[in-house]
Each structure stands twice: as C-alpha cells, then as structure tokens.
Design a protein around this ligand. Structure first.
Ligand code: SAM
Ligand code: SF4
Length: 434
C-alpha cells in the first residue's frame, strides 16, 4: 500500500508529517511523491493565515477531481485546519475520509483499517532520519492565547514531553546519522513547567548534550517573557548549542502588543536581546513581525520600523495581519487596516530588512565559519555546489569536497542578504567547539 503526504506550515507540521510517515512505514506502507497511485493522501494543513488555508482548500479540490476520474484512495486532512469539532469541515468537504487534529493520528489510521494501534504505538515511534538535520518537538500546544492567533485552539494546551522520551528519540536520530537537532515548541522556553521535576529548557539541553554523534542543537520558537537568564546561560555555556535565536516581537509598539495580549513590553524585549548579545556577541537573532494588526496607526507601525532599525535582526519574518475566525481579535477587534496599507507596510519592512541583512552578512566576508553540510544544489550555471548552514543558521553555498553530515570550515568570499558563498578550507572538528 502507498501513501502521499502534502505538508505546509511550520516546523511542527514537518515533524508531525515525519512521525505519521514513520508509523505508516512501520506498518509496511511506502511513500510516494505524488497523489496519483497512492492509497492514502494526507494533507497536513496550516491555518495561521487565510492564504495558507486556501492552499489546502484548492488541494482538496484537485483531489476530489482525481477521485472523480476513477482513482480510489482515502483522503485525510490533519493539522491546524482541524479543530476539536469537525462538523463544519465535514459539511464543506464530505468526500474527506478522516479529519485529524495535530498529534492525533487515530482518525487517519481508522480510515485505513487500523482501529487498534495500542497506546504505545505513537509515543514510541521514532522518525526516520532523511537528512543530517532533524526536528524534535519537546512541547506541544500553546497556552498564550495571543489575540490574533489560532494555534492554541487547534493545537491545544501546553504538554511537555518527558526528558527520557526526548533523550531516547535524539539518541535514536544520532544512531541513524543525524548531526543537528532542532528542539521545537510554540513557546519553547515553556518546556517543563508541567512536568513533575519541572526541568527547564536549559536542563534539557544539558541532558541531551552528551549524546554522541550530535554536533549541534538549536531550538525554536522563543517567547520573550519566558526566556530566563538560566536558559540563556545554558546556550552560552554548552558548545554544541548554536548561538541562534528566533524571538518573535510581533510589534514595536506597546499599545499594539497590549491589543495582541503578548504579555510583554518593548522594554522587556530589548532587555532580553541585550542580555543575549552581552553573553554571545556573535549570536544571530531573528524575529517575526505582524503589520496591519487591528487599529495599527501610522505611528504604531513607525515604532515597529524603528525597533527593527535599532535592534538589527539577522532576519525578519514579516506577515500582513490575517483575521482568523475563532480568535479573540476576530471577536473583539476590527480588522480595519486596508489591504493596500498592510501590503505597503509589509514592503517597507522587507526593504529595510534586506539592507540590514546585507550589512550583517557582509560582516562574514573573509571570515571562516563552521558549516554542517546538508547536500548539493545546482548553481545557475548548472554545476553542483555544496550547501549547509553555519552556527548562526545562515545558508552557505561553497566549493569543496564533503558529504552530507560533515562539519567543514568554509572561508566566506561573497555575501548577499539571503546567503553566504565561499570555499572549504578544511574539515572542522568532529563536535563543534568555539
Ligand atoms: N509561537 C510563536 C510566537 O510566539 O510568535 C509563533 C507562532 S506562529 C505559528 C508563527 C507566526 O505566524 C507568528 O510569529 C506570527 O508572526 C504569524 N501569525 C500568527 N497569527 C497570524 C495572523 N492572524 N496573521 C498574520 N500572521 C500571523
Ligand atoms: Fe500563537 Fe501566541 Fe501561542 Fe505563538 S505564543 S503560538 S503567537 S498564541
């Protein structure tokens, strides 16, 4: 039997899809790259913005057509489009065989005839390693309820995985060739508060650090209020933990942050960034920003613009606010910023950030960086070129001889806002040191 999984959205979705694939593999199914010919097609969906949801809706339309042509296969929808109640979805898409909330694969398994999976089947399922890098979710769900965000309604309350379970999974990944592990959580520093011993992210990193074969750890996504000095110190002290942070700020204006119910002020955010930079001057810090949130005035937007100028992030993921039915903002605030204004603000941020990223990246010129090789990609002239990421998570294309999983020292010869280009000057030490 064959299955096909289509995935959009965040790293959590990528991790969920891999877990489902590993379970199906274990049952003797094999994965195919296209829906044609598959016995099961799974759409792993994202609802964070309307546009993401529309992509899944048009995929569903295409699958319905494929079925109309006589193909006989089951269709499952999982991920953030699926809430606790599915009656609306069932009405809209009556031809879908299973709707599965994130992390709950049972409806999919039932649709293909596996009713009794046993309570230990999924928790003990290790994902197969396909590349030298892997994602490992450590805390599921989110308790923050930012007013614009649909995630807590779809992924449920925060649930941390036990340290032992995570340790076993990372050790398994290491044994199958993985060299870099990114620990995932919507607010990853919330890890552990719901466990008996209350370990924090720093404790977990210290536990995992001795696993042979893993050269690097990263973690995503940081929540400013939950970042403690203890966690930042663990990152600074542990050689394998990369000095890379994604800390969404969402707005540079305290009034907007309050309307978003983000639970911190710009002053607190700035303190966290300063603390990281004082302990790790080489750290890369990226952020997420929403423009055109309900009632965002020109001046409030200007505060976001100025904050980016001031804090000089390595990268900014900027999004135009998208009203999501079911959220607090949808119920209580007005989505009153015209589309054109949102797009104009978005472009201004993109332009500003391209200049900042270009400046930061040009600082790598003639410097040697450690790159974990991920594979090869064709250059514009057709020749194959190696690529990987440095500790600061910057994409590096380079000339040399190496295999995926190798740590290589690369001298940077060229830079752009989006990547670095260089040549290998030698093999790096087996486990990262700095
Ligand atoms: N938990 C993280 C945090 O605290 O920011 C990120 C979660 S969310 C999956 C990823 C990004 O999507 C957010 O950082 C935010 O910028 C964006 N996002 C979430 N809801 C949005 C909305 N309604 N409209 C536009 N962007 C949104
Ligand atoms: Fe959404 Fe806020 Fe939770 Fe991030 S912290 S997932 S933005 S509710």
């Amino acid at each position: 039997m064959q299955y096909h999984i289509w995935t959009v959205g965040c790293q959590m979705n990528v991790a969920d899809s891999k877990k489902l694939a590993s379970g199906l593999d274990k049952l003797g199914w094999s994965e195919v790259g296209e829906p044609e010919g598959a016995d099961l097609v799974v759409l792993n969906t994202c609802s964070i913005r309307d546009h993401a949801e529309q992509r899944a809706v048009s995929k569903l339309g295409a699958l319905k057509k494929l079925r109309g042509k006589g193909s006989d296969f089951k269709i499952a929808v999982m991920g953030c489009m699926v809430g606790p109640r599915t009656d609306d979805l069932q009405k809209r898409f009556p031809y879908v065989d299973a709707f599965a909330q994130p992390q709950n694969f049972d409806p999919i398994m039932e649709a293909i005839g596996y009713d009794e999976m046993g309570g230990e089947f999924w928790p003990s399922m290790f994902v197969r390693a396909e590349s030298p890098t892997a994602y490992v979710p450590i805390v599921h769900g989110c308790d923050k309820f930012c007013t614009y965000c649909i995630v807590p309604y779809r992924r449920g309350r925060e649930r941390s995985r036990a340290v032992d379970e995570i340790y076993e999974e990372v050790a398994h990944l290491a044994a199958t060739g993985v060299r870099e592990v990114t620990l995932l959580g919507q607010t990853v520093e919330a890890y552990g508060h719901d466990l008996d011993e209350q370990p924090d992210l720093g404790d977990l990193l210290r536990e995992l650090h001795d696993i042979d074969g893993i050269a690097r750890f990263r973690f995503l996504t940081s929540y400013p209020k939950d970042m403690t000095e203890r966690i930042i110190d663990a990152v600074a002290e542990l050689p394998k933990v990369c000095e890379y942070f994604n800390i969404p700020v969402q707005s540079g204006d305290n009034g907007v942050l309050e309307r978003m119910a983000r639970g911190y002020t710009i002053e607190l955010y700035r303190e966290k960034v300063d603390l990281i930079r004082s302990k790790m001057p080489d750290a890369a810090i990226t952020t997420d920003l929403i423009v055109g949130f309900c009632g965002e005035t020109d001046q409030e937007f200007q505060h976001s613009y100025e904050l980016l100028e001031e804090l000089q992030f390595d990268k900014v993921h900027v999004a135009a606010y998208s009203d999501r039915p079911g959220t607090i903002a949808h119920r209580k605030l007005e989505d009153d910023i015209p589309h054109e204004t949102k797009m104009a603000r978005l472009h201004r941020i993109e332009q500003l950030e391209a200049g900042i990223s270009a400046r930061i990246n040009s600082g790598y010129l003639a410097r040697e960086v450690e790159v974990l090789v991920e594979g090869t990609k064709p250059r514009p002239d057709g020749a194959e070129q190696l690529y990987g990421r440095n500790r600061q998570n910057k994409l590096v294309h380079f000339a040399g001889a190496a295999a995926p999983g190798d740590l290589v020292t690369v001298c940077i010869e060229n830079t752009s806002p989006w990547s670095l280009v260089g040549a290998a000057v030698g093999a790096a030490e087996a486990a990262a040191t700095r």
